[in-house]
Design a protein. Structure first.
Length: 319
């Protein structure tokens, strides 16, 4: 049976957003209570792949790679931003709006069934249609029972045009309304998500830490001038917040899309900011790593970043 998101509330309503917030957002204290039987080691995979305009073909490729990761023992698997489509915001083109799907659409049906069959937590970022004219860049988190644990909707929506990169995302995406939610999982780890452009805002990464994240995933579609920032920023987030960071970027040239070459280079960064595994910049790849969660409390205690922070002095950040 294909599992669907609960429909007790319309998926596009503000009430639905509140439901997702209540389901997913946790205070640091609540997360500690929710993960009393934490796993010492979690095996997780990042999947980077090239795409084409045909969504069904992209979904089939993703299914194959997810199964490959699961066969290698992965418990948590993350696909790239907009995994089921090309990166279409390189141009203003109304036909691309038709790529969006509801959370109970065919792509999510396939992903929910896949998570159930493989017994994994699966992060499957899609172009979400909440309502006609209300479209989001969304990362659903699906549990090993095939049910949606919660969703994160991209908060920061860019519009940029430089020599090596064009992103007119404001035409396609409504700014997210979920806040910086975290997701306790059945595998004893609490995870958070930032989507692509979100990674340029350190406040977002810190909010995930304060909401209990032990690892964050950053599904991305990035190319051109941003490459040197890719490693720098993700390493900085890992150090500042003492958690694991998994950055997953699409790779190659979209077939039926722009001529930009997405540089892949998906990577795992440990809580001390060291890149401990990295994929190629040319090929589809599954990057799997065992993550030792037991090291996080000791590093946080030694470094004292959370003890010594001064939120009473940071009020200006909200203005």
């Amino acid at each position: 049976m294909i599992r669907r998101p609960p429909r007790s509330t319309p998926l596009y309503s503000s009430a639905a957003s509140d439901v997702y917030k209540r389901q997913a957002r946790r205070s640091l204290r609540d997360d500690v209570e929710a993960t009393t039987e934490e796993a010492a080691v979690v095996r997780a995979s990042l999947i980077q792949m090239s795409t084409e305009y045909d969504k069904e073909k992209n979904v089939l490729k993703a299914e194959r790679l997810v199964r490959e990761a699961a066969d290698d023992g992965a418990q948590i698997i993350c696909l790239q931003e907009l995994f089921h489509t090309i990166y279409f915001p390189y141009e203003l083109e109304p036909r691309h709006l038709d790529l969006a799907e509801p959370l109970n659409g065919p792509t999510m049906d396939s992903m929910c069934e896949l998570a159930r069959e493989t017994g994994t937590v699966l992060i499957a970022p899609i172009y979400e249609k909440a309502l006609d004219g209300l479209l989001y860049n969304t990362a659903p988190v699906i549990g090993p029972d095939g049910e949606v644990i919660g969703i994160y909707r991209k908060s920061h929506i860019p519009i940029v045009k430089v020599e090596t990169l064009t992103g007119v995302e404001k035409y396609y995406f409504t700014p997210g309304d979920t806040g910086f939610v975290t997701f306790p999982t059945p595998f004893g780890v609490t995870l958070g998500i930032l989507i692509c452009y979100d990674r340029h805002f350190p406040e977002a990464a810190r909010m995930l830490a304060l909401n209990g994240a032990q690892m964050i995933f950053v599904p991305t579609a990035t190319t051109g001038m941003s490459r040197y920032l890719w490693e720098l920023e993700l390493q900085a987030h890992a150090v500042d917040n003492v958690y694991y960071v998994g950055g997953v970027n699409r790779v190659g040239i979209d077939q039926g899309g722009s001529e930009s070459h997405f540089y892949g280079s998906s990577m795992w960064v440990d809580p001390k900011g060291q890149i401990v595994a990295q994929a190629s910049d040319e090929h589809d790849e599954v990057l799997t790593l065992d993550l030792d969660l037991a090291v996080i409390p000791g590093i946080r205690n030694d470094w004292g970043f959370f003890r010594d922070r001064r939120p009473d002095l940071y009020g200006g950040l909200a203005n």
